[in-house]
Ligand binder design. Structure first.
Ligand SMILES: *Cc1c(COP(=O)(O)O)cnc(C)c1O
Length: 368
């Protein structure tokens, strides 16, 4: 993490305490009230729970420190992505989205947005840098892509998309603002699933939209109020708590991922290891220049489905679950979700376990 990410993290840790009046709790209270005392009069900051809620607002302020931009919180990553896409599109407009990105985004585009007249175009992440975005209204970019971990140059993509008059929305879930800052690289909007590393303990779904474009973010906030896709206060509280340890967890996760990726690449049973931190990975050069860490996701192949299933089920330190970014290492065969990967392709999400016991368990399972 670079000095700017470190500065943002330090500010986050002291943000609440700096604003406390004597006698107020140091920990964030969970306020869960559908309605607020609201006699006639000006400046009612809270009236009804679908419009605003002190607990989300406290979290949005913390997220804003990390993003360097105002944020609107949502009950899941997909709720945040839907709100941003709806705010930036209309009937007859074209959406460009990654062919190799998070598969639920593609399903949303084809199954719902297309019904309202949005034209949907898929493009592989590796082709974004040299794409012609003429005719596009909104370009959704996800780098590294998921699960291939291909990387594209965000600055270049944003310049090309802006030249075509398109809005650039970056899904930054795999990186978090501590490892990559798309808004500083030219993106107009960031969307993210805080379900993953920011909450970090597999105990809640959450998401947010961040943007320095005030008019756009106001549209997103209005959509939240009108569609009713509002987060719960307890879930916001869990993310608020998770953010406090995000930097230390990421530091461990990235360091261990680098070590495990290197050892997997040298292992005779393993093929096609993908990790942007490996010097010979196709993503490495661009990753070095625009990311402030290489992340905690590692992709690799075992010979076939049976070998991959055997590996996953015999390794006691890999939880067999989907999703990523939690405290525990997890892994799965991504083909089960329809991703265009070989049968034996595994996506590993490295957790915060001490590295050597984790590698010992992986090496033992590979030896079987
Ligand atoms: C998980 C994920 C999402 C969706 O988040 P949910 O909280 O599950 O709705 C979106 N984008 C990416 C890249 C993800 O990994």
């Amino acid at each position: 993490m670079d000095s700017e990410a470190q500065r943002r993290m330090a500010a986050l840790l002291h943000h609440r305490a700096a604003h406390l009046a004597p006698g107020e709790p140091v920990a964030l209270p969970i306020i869960s009230s559908s309605t607020f005392h609201s006699p006639d009069g000006p400046d009612l900051s809270h009236v009804y729970g679908r419009t605003s809620m002190p607990t989300w607002e406290a979290l949005e302020a913390q997220l804003a420190l990390l993003e360097g931009a105002p944020c609107v919180a949502f009950p899941s990553g997909m709720a945040a992505i839907s709100a941003a896409l709806v705010a930036g599109l209309a009937a007859g407009k074209r959406l460009v989205l990654p062919a190799d990105g998070y598969y639920v985004g593609r399903a949303l585009a084809h199954q719902i947005l297309a019904r309202y007249g949005v034209e949907v175009q898929e493009l592989p992440t590796a082709a974004y840098e040299n794409a012609d975005f003429t005719g596009a209204a909104l370009v959704l970019v996800e780098t590294p892509s998921n699960p291939h971990l291909d990387v594209c140059d965000l600055r270049r993509v944003a310049d090309r998309a802006h030249a075509a008059g398109a809005l650039v929305v970056a899904d930054n879930t795999t990186m978090t603002p501590l490892l990559q800052r798309p808004l500083d690289l030219g993106a107009d909007v960031v969307v993210a699933a805080d379900t993953k590393a920011p909450a970090g303990h597999s105990d809640t779904l959450f998401g947010h939209v961040a943007s320095r474009d005030t008019a756009f973010l106001n549209r997103v906030r209005d959509e939240r109020r009108l569609t009713g896709a509002v987060p719960g206060s307890f879930e916001a509280w869990l993310v608020h708590r998770g953010l406090e340890t995000l930097e230390v967890r990421l530091a461990r996760m990235c360091a261990t991922a680098q070590l495990i990726a290197g050892r997997l690449a040298a292992h005779p049973a393993v093929r096609n290891v993908r990790y942007p931190g490996l010097p010979n990975d196709p993503s490495h050069a661009t990753a070095r220049q625009q990311m402030t860490g290489f992340g905690f996701l590692v992709g690799f192949e075992l010979p076939d489905a049976a070998a991959a299933e055997r590996f996953l089920s015999t390794c006691p330190l890999i939880a067999e679950t989907t999703s990523f970014g939690s405290t525990h290492t997890s892994g799965e065969r991504r083909i089960r979700w329809g991703d265009a990967v070989p049968e034996g392709f595994i996506r590993l999400s490295v957790g915060i376990e001490p590295a050597e016991p984790l590698w010992a368990a992986i090496a033992a399972a590979l030896a079987r």
